[in-house]
Structures are given as C-alpha cells and as structure tokens.
Design a protein. Structure first.
Length: 243
C-alpha cells in the first residue's frame, strides 16, 4: 500500500517530521510518500493562508493520483481543500483534524483540543461543528505559539503542552487530548505519558484510517458532489487545469 502524506505548507523540515511520524505508525508493507507544495505559505495560520495553500495542495493531489497512490492524507489541522481533493481522488483522502476527532470520540466521551495560535481557534471550532463533534469537545485551547516553533520542539515546550493537557483533564474533564497541528506529529507518545490520558495526533490517526479504508476496498465515492470535477476551461496561470 502506498499513502501520500501532504504537508500543505512549504516547510521542508515540517514535511520531514510529518513523514517520519507517518511511517512510524504504518503497517509493514505500507510505504509513506511525504511531500509539500513548491509554492505557498511557509506555515498555515489563518483563513488566508489556508486558501492559498489549498491550490498547492490540490496540485500535489493531482500528482499523487497520477502516481497511483492508494490514499492521501492532508497533514494540516485545518483540513484545507479536503472536499476538493476528494473530487480529484479515487482513493480515500483523509484530513488530520477529521481523523483525530473521530478517533478521540472512540476512546473518550469528551476530548479537548490543544493547538497553536488563538486566531485559529475558530477554524477548529468550525471543523468540530462540520464533523458533528462540537458536543464532544470541552474546549479548544491555544498555546499562542507560531506553527514553525514546532519544527524544533524542546523539552520546555513539551512540558508547556503537557501542563495544559493536565489542566484540561482536571478542570474540564477531558478524557482525551487532540493535538491540533501537523507540526505536533512526533509528540503523541511523550505527551500521552506526561498527561496520563490518551493523546490523539492527526497524522498517525489519518494514516491508520487510510490503511483501514484501503484494506476494506473503500475509495472516495464518485457519485454526487464528489464526482470528478466538470470538464471546463481554465485561464491564465490555471490553464493547465483545463479538462
């Protein structure tokens, strides 16, 4: 099985981290192909960043489909371009936020999200609503750190996340913690031990869900709104997308 794991920002360091974390949980025989767009924001920290990054993400999906990958993972917690990517793909396309929320709901009745900047809280809350998970989430907690600070996460930052996780556990009754950034892909185990409750990280969750769907023979439905995009002309810099 071959799974494409796309970091929608342009950080090579974060792409490498995400790829290592994805391969670490993959089954024997599953190959992970990490990638990121050549053009776009170096980090995704708001609606504008997501909109720009989605174009590069969809280019990577097109390449992945052409290479015949069995499934695709969107490794940004905003799940940018998810439905558009599913229009392009035959295999499953999994966003890490959707994957993490679902797995957290299977191991706890209430979970909390820890993410980066406060300005992205509303994005996570919108996703919780869209996926029908808002009633299961105690809160979305923001550390007020930039995404790129996670490229070289030190012990002090790990402890800061752990302290917040323990607070959410004790004060809000959260039974699990969802890590709300692809840059936290390598912190699942250490934080689970430090907080003392299940910690769900979206990259690993998405890889395992992708493996399961492929093994069950379940690809993206091509009926209705997720059918392949209608054939039409595109102009200017997007002329190559004409179908």
């Amino acid at each position: 099985m071959r799974i494409q794991v796309i970091n929608p920002n342009t950080s090579q360091a974060m792409t490498h981290k995400i790829g290592v974390a994805a391969q670490a949980v993959a089954r024997a025989g599953t190959e992970i192909f990490p990638c990121c767009p050549q053009d776009g924001p170096e980090s995704i920290e708001g609606h504008f960043d997501e909109a720009i990054a989605a174009v590069g993400l969809l280019e990577e999906i097109r390449k992945g489909v052409a290479h015949g990958y069995d499934a695709h993972v969107i490794a940004c917690f905003g799940d940018p371009g998810l439905l558009a990517a599913r229009e392009l793909a035959i295999g499953p396309v999994i966003g890490i936020a959707e994957a993490a929320f679902h797995l957290a709901s299977l191991v706890s009745t209430r979970f909390a999200v820890i993410t980066t900047l406060g300005r992205t809280r509303i994005i996570a809350e919108h996703l919780l609503q869209r996926y029908g998970m808002q009633g299961l989430c105690t809160s979305v907690s923001c550390l007020e750190i930039p995404v790129l600070a996670l490229e070289a996460c030190d012990d002090a930052l790990i402890e800061r996340i752990a302290v917040e996780g323990r607070r959410l556990r004790d004060e809000e009754g959260a039974g699990a913690i969802v890590l709300g950034c692809g840059g936290m892909a390598d912190l699942r185990q250490v934080l689970s031990e430090a907080i003392g409750i299940p910690v769900v990280e979206g990259v690993s969750a998405a890889v395992k869900l992708a493996e399961s769907l492929v093994e069950l023979g379940l690809g993206t439905s091509k009926h209705g709104d997720l059918a392949f995009p209608l054939g039409k002309g595109f102009t200017g810099r997007y002329a190559h997308l004409s179908r």
